[in-house]
Each structure stands twice: as structure tokens, then as C-alpha cells.
Write a protein that binds this ligand. Structure first.
Ligand code: ADP
Length: 257
């Protein structure tokens, strides 16, 4: 009939979806590796072809080392992800001190802020002392420092960043990072933990991002029974938080019975 249109819907099976995701992933990885590799190869050719003075040579070598570093970070994040996928869940009887974990993250945060921006951010760490989390110390460190790292990478220098760990009355615990950066528009939020999903590609690259950080955080959270929540107001800032279940949290002194 006139004015009507026919809608065809095609049922894609989950097998086909998985296959499509795998293809996308391989294409993304290839693209991510090809870009720095092309730049690196270009510089090698320049060094071979042109008679450069010392200063020029040093400049090219510096740029080449940046590209090599970019590929190393990417491969290291890919290995972290594949390890997270292939391994059994982290032990529920191995306890990690939150104070130690947060002290490491605080040190990492100051170092990263200095390296990236020369000046530092207004960093505030607040930790409820004497708590422990059950799980993998290495995975937890990687997730927490990824969230803090993102806050530092996306927040203009000297602006405030708060990292907090606190116990709730119901025995659960929350780790959160609140920044005063650009914020994220609501339509992007559900997709942020997808591999290689970026809101601002150039910003991510400039600060050494791989697009895999939040995918790693999400995996670590799931493996520890924790929930990842993202709240953001564009132009004001973002808060990323991980809520750990009571079964994976204890206060030292009470739990050794
Ligand atoms: P990347 O290496 O690109 O930072 P992530 O997986 O860590 O990759 O983050 C995915 C995207 O989410 C980033 O590219 C960025 O657009 C956005 N993002 C993450 N953290 C923040 C933040 N604190 N403030 C604003 N945008 C953020």
C-alpha cells in the first residue's frame, strides 16, 4: 500500500556476532600497529637517505623511540587482556593491603603527572586504612592505576583529581576516581569499555593511550565480582568507581579468626 514500507529483520546468530567481533578486533589491532610502524619506517628511510647533522639525527631518533614505545605499550596491553581472558578467576583467599595498593597508585600518579605535563595536578588521595581486598594484587593495581592514569591524562594540569577508597556500612567497598576534566557525553558512556573505543582519538594518542585501558579495568572488575560505574557531566568532569562485594573485603585485625 502507499506510504507504507516493509521492514526486514535479519536474525544474526551469536556465533556470527562473535565472528564479526573477532574480525573487527583483528582489523583494529592491525590498524593500531600499522600507524606507528609506518611512521617508524618513514624515519628509518629518512635516516638512510639524507645526510643529517647530529642535532637532526637526534630529533629523528627521539621521534622513532616514541613510536616504538607506542607499539610496546599496545602489545603489553594486548597481552594483559589476553591473560585476563584466559586465566581462572583470581583467588578469593589471597588478601592484598589496600594501603599498600593505594600508596603505589599515588606514587604512579605523581610520576605520570610529571612525565606527561611537567607540572603536576592537584592530586588528593583518601584511603580508609586497614582494609584488605581478596584477589590478584597485580590485576587490582593495573585496574586502579588505569583509572587514575585516565584522570591524569584527560584532566588539564593543576586541576583537581580525587582518588578515594572507602568502606560502606554494608561491608562493600568503593574505589573511585573523580576528575575535573572535559567529561564524557552520555551517548559514549556505554561504549567506553569496548576495546579501542575512544571519544577523542588525538587526545588519547597524544598521552600514550591504547584504547584498551577501560577494557582491562572492566575485566578486572568482573573477575573480582566488582561493578564498574561511570558518571560524567560534560564540561565538569567524570567519576569512575569500582564497588567490591563484601565477600572480597575485610578489615585487618577482625578477620584473622
Ligand atoms: P585510552 O587509552 O584511549 O585512554 P581507555 O580505554 O582508557 O583508552 O578509555 C577509552 C576512552 O574513554 C578514552 O579514549 C577517552 O575518550 C575516554 N575517557 C576515559 N577516561 C576518561 C576521563 N577520565 N575523562 C574523559 N574521558 C575519558
Amino acid at each position: 500500500c502507499e506510504g507504507r514500507s516493509l521492514v526486514l529483520s535479519i536474525d544474526i546468530t551469536s556465533v556470527e556476532q562473535a565472528e564479526a567481533m573477532r574480525r573487527d578486533f583483528v582489523a583494529n589491532v592491525s590498524h593500531e600497529i600499522r600507524t606507528p610502524l609506518t611512521v617508524l619506517a618513514g624515519f628509518v628511510e629518512t635516516l638512510q637517505a639524507l645526510p643529517l647533522n647530529d642535532q637532526e639525527r637526534q630529533r629523528y631518533l627521539g621521534l622513532m623511540s616514541q613510536q616504538a614505545q607506542r607499539m610496546q605499550t599496545l602489545v603489553s596491553d594486548l597481552l594483559t587482556l589476553s591473560r585476563l581472558e584466559g586465566r581462572p578467576p583470581p583467588p578469593s583467599h589471597e588478601w592484598t593491603s589496600v594501603d599498600t595498593l593505594m600508596a603505589q597508585c599515588e606514587q604512579d600518579a605523581h610520576d605520570l603527572s610529571q612525565v606527561l605535563w611537567v607540572q603536576s595536578h592537584d592530586l588528593h588521595f583518601e584511603v580508609m586504612g586497614g582494609c584488605e581486598i581478596a584477589g590478584s594484587a597485580a590485576e587490582l593495581h593495573s585496574a586502579l592505576s588505569n583509572l587514575i592514569g585516565n584522570a591524569i591524562r584527560y584532566t588539564p594540569v593543576q586541576q583537581r583529581i580525587d582518588a578515594v577508597f572507602k568502606l560502606r556500612p554494608d561491608g562493600t567497598a568503593v574505589f573511585s576516581v573523580k576528575d575535573t576534566g572535559p567529561g564524557i557525553a552520555p551517548e559514549h558512556i556505554p561504549r567506553l569499555t569496548e576495546r579501542f573505543y575512544r571519544v577523542d582519538r588525538s587526545r588519547s594518542r597524544e598521552t600514550g593511550g591504547t584504547g584498551l585501558g577501560l577494557a582491562i579495568v572492566k575485566h578486572v572488575a568482573q573477575r573480582h565480582g566488582a561493578e564498574l560505574a561511570i558518571e560524567s557531566v560534560p564540561g565538569k568532569g567524570s567519576t569512575f568507581s569500582m564497588t567490591f562485594p563484601a565477600s572480597r573485603i575485610r578489615e585487618i585485625g577482625r578477620a584473622h579468626v
